[in-house]
Structure formats: C-alpha cells, structure tokens
Design a protein around this ligand. Structure first.
Ligand SMILES: [Zn+2]
Length: 450
C-alpha cells in the first residue's frame, strides 16, 4: 500500500466494482474495492475494501464520505472519441446517401462554411460538447472548421463544460467544388499559427491544439510541408484522414505521383509522428501499416461512418497484428451516432462481417472492443500516461454506470455477475445508464445547470 507521502488531499472515495483494461487484460474487474481521487484529480489509491479503515487513516478521509456504488453499478474509465467533427454535428443522423467525395461537396463543405458566424458556431459547439459528455466521451479529438475564432470557441466550450479535448482548426487550400470554403496557403499558415498561439495562451488544463490538414486531397504539397513543420516545431498532435474510400486513394495517387502510397504522402511531409492519429485507414496495405508501426502513428477506426457512407471495412485484427495503435471514433457526421458505445457496437459488427466473408478471420471480442474505446483510445492520442484506465497517478476520467436506472434500456436477471452486466451495458446501454461523468476528478455530468 502506498503511503501518503504528499500533501495531496482526498476529494472523492468510491467503493464497489471497477472495470477497466490493462495492457495484459482486455477487461479486468475489481470487486469490493475502494478508489481514492486526490484534489488534483489524480487516482491516489485503489485497494481492497477490507483495508478501508487503515486507508482512511493514511489518507485522512472520513469513511462517511465514501460514495458507495450499488450492486448494479460500476465505475469504468471515460471513453475516448479519437475522431469527431464538431462542426458536422448539426446534421448528424441525416445526409448518409452519398459516397465520401460527393458527400463532402454536397453536405459538408456548405455547412462548414457557416462557421464564420460565431453565433451559429456557439449553438452547435455547445450542443456537441454537452451531447458527447453526456454519452460518456471524456476525451474528444475534434475537427472544427477553417475558421480560427470559431475553433477557439470550441476549445473554450470544451474547457467550460470540463471535457478533455484536442481541438483542430482545419487547414485546406484546395477545394474546386466549393471554392468559398478554403484558405490561401499564406492565410492558412498565419491562421494556424494564430490558432495554436491563442489556444495555448488560454492555458486550459485539458484542452490542447492539434494540427489538422483535412486530408491529402484538400491540401497542396507545400501546405502539408508547412503543417508538418509547425507540428514538429511545437511538438503538437497531428490529425487527418487516410485511405477512407477507394476513389479517394486513386485520386491521391494521381495528385502525388512522386509518392509510393497514400501513407508515403504524409510520411514525406513529416506528418507521421508518435502524436499523429489518422482516421479510417480502411484500404491501407500491410507495407503502409508497417510505416504506421515504425513511426508510432495511430489509426482511428470509425466503423459507423465507414458503413454509413459505404467507404470500406477496416480489418482491426490486422492493424493490431502490425502493432499499430488504434482507438475508436464516431466520425460525426459521416457516422450518425455521437456515442462511443455505438462505435463499439459497429466495430463488432464490422469484425463479424469480415468473419462472414472469411471464416478464418478472428472476430474481435467485446472485451477487446471495450479496451479500444478506453485504453486504446488513450494510446492512439498518446495520452496513455495520463488517462485510459484506473492506475495510481493517472487522472481520474471515469463514468459511473448504473444498469438498472428507472425506465432504462436494460433488464437484469438473477445470477448475472459483473461481466454479464458490463456486456449488457456495452450492447444495450445508453446515456441514461451513465449517471455521473468525471474528467480529471471534476464531476462534469450531471450538468450544473440542469
Ligand atoms: Zn472525419
């Protein structure tokens, strides 16, 4: 047992069942345990309940202050959405009838162009931050739009509501279909610099900028180089899209004839680092996955979007075999659900579809998918030293789950243990079951104003 050798005070103590992943176990269930969170939002201890009295003496808390979880409750790590377009949230659940490139030109670019209006931005960004937090997304890796002030506003709102976020001002200097929605290369550089500088100046504890070239088709080679340099000089995260659909892959080959592959385009422009997350990757070759492994870059798997706009099916098992970091993404609004629970279900569906096509394919288990949504996501965003599971010293990002809320979506039956309860929540649960959400020890759901 660790001694209280610091001056940290205990802010919360929970007692009951804790479910999380470790590098060894996709699901580890800790029953009859107590977990303490210090006043800096870090996990101070996780011990057996039988040690409660001695723990209370070491950590100086009253046993009457303990939050006791009920029999049908557990705590799990907050979920990580490694790819979501906050700016597309307004039309989530619609516009799913076109393939990627037509979808962008028809629905996405005209809507994203509206974000020069800060009132419009404020309305949508408030709603997306609240909706995702309520659904248990404690960390979101956001695409905004090309507009610096609206992107800064997204950062401000994530901080206000207490969500951990990487926020990207989108960079794109090529758009022949909707020419009013792009920047000149020089504007793009100046505005990206301003965005990074101003967001960092705010010193939000859990909101950081991420360098965001939209994708190879929207960016000139010189812009890609500039962005690689900006990211590397400032040691920032990078996010973009790769190999989402076959038409796009072919076009990239035509536009970048000097590059061996789509992956090579980003590699040549210094955009593949151990802080890079690329969405989709449905059509990457094994050689390209090898480059991801070597550079430490990650893939965000967005199965709802991949199916909804008929892009492809990522073979997650093959990605994991190549030891490439992988997290889950909702990809709102190509994906129609803002919930990472949905991303988990669609991940299993895609894996099972691959098994239908090839019985040799080793289907993912629900336990593995749980890990991808939590610890896997934190690894994909290179935040695994801070978040992802319940380890002493990490930030306490957590969900309190009650599978038996009144009028909830789940029925339990006698004899069902914690693993069955977890599986039912992952397959049947929704935001009604997520009764409390914590980010870095701060309770952020229920919202203070509701
Ligand atoms: Zn996307």
């Amino acid at each position: 047992m660790r001694q209280n050798d610091t001056t940290a005070r205990i802010a919360h103590v929970f007692s009951g069942t804790f479910v999380h992943s470790t590098p060894r176990a996709a699901v580890e269930i800790l029953e009859n345990c107590v977990l303490g969170v210090d006043d800096e939002g870090k996990i101070a201890f996780i011990e057996k309940e039988k040690d409660l009295v001695s723990l209370s003496k070491i950590w100086l808390f009253e046993t009457s202050d303990i939050k006791q979880l009920g029999q049908n409750e557990f705590l799990m790590p907050g979920m990580v959405d490694t790819h979501i377009h906050a700016s597309q949230y307004s039309y989530t659940g619609t516009a799913l009838d076109l393939p990627l490139l037509e979808w962008l030109n028809t629905y996405t670019f005209p809507v994203e162009a509206k974000y020069k209006d800060l009132e419009f931005a404020n309305n949508v960004y408030t709603k997306v931050v609240r909706r995702t937090l309520k659904n248990g997304t404690t960390t979101a890796c956001y695409f905004a739009t090309i507009h610096t002030d609206a992107s800064l506003l997204l950062g401000e709102l994530a901080d206000k509501f207490g969500q951990r976020a990487l926020v990207g001002k989108v960079c794109m200097d090529c758009n022949s279909a909707v020419p009013q929605y792009k920047e000149s290369p020089s504007e793009c550089k100046v505005e990206t610099d301003r965005f990074i500088k101003e967001l960092l100046k705010k010193q939000y504890p859990h909101v950081k900028p991420v360098v965001t070239p939209r994708f190879a088709l929207s960016c000139s080679a010189s812009l890609l180089s500039e962005l690689g340099e900006i990211a590397n000089n400032n040691k920032l995260h990078i996010q973009s899209h790769i190999s989402e659909n076959k038409e796009e892959v072919e076009l990239v080959k035509t536009l970048f004839p000097g590059c061996k592959s789509y992956t090579d385009v980003y590699l040549k422009h210094n955009l593949l680092t151990d802080k890079t997350v690329m969405a989709h990757g449905c059509h990457l070759t094994d050689e390209e996955l090898e480059i991801f492994h070597e550079t430490g870059s990650a893939i965000s798997h967005c199965p709802n979007s991949n199916i909804s706009i008929c892009s492809g099916m990522l073979n997650v098992r093959n990605v994991l075999k190549h030891k490439v970091k992988l997290g889950l993404g909702t990809d709102v609004a190509g994906g129609y659900s803002p919930s990472v629970l949905d991303a988990m279900r669609r991940t299993l569906d895609t894996s099972k579809t691959l098994t239908i096509q090839d019985p040799q394919h080793q289907t993912l288990t629900f336990e593995e998918v749980f890990r991808l949504a939590t610890l896997g996501g934190s690894e994909a965003l290179s935040l695994d030293e801070q978040i992802g599971n319940f380890v002493v010293g990490k930030d306490f990002d957590a969900l309190r789950v009650n599978v038996c809320v009144p009028d909830g979506p789940i029925d339990l039956f006698p004899g069902e243990g914690p693993k069955v309860i977890l599986e039912k929540f992952l397959n049947l649960g929704d935001d009604r079951n997520i009764t409390e959400v914590y980010v870095a020890g701060r309770q952020v759901v229920p919202f203070l104003d509701t």
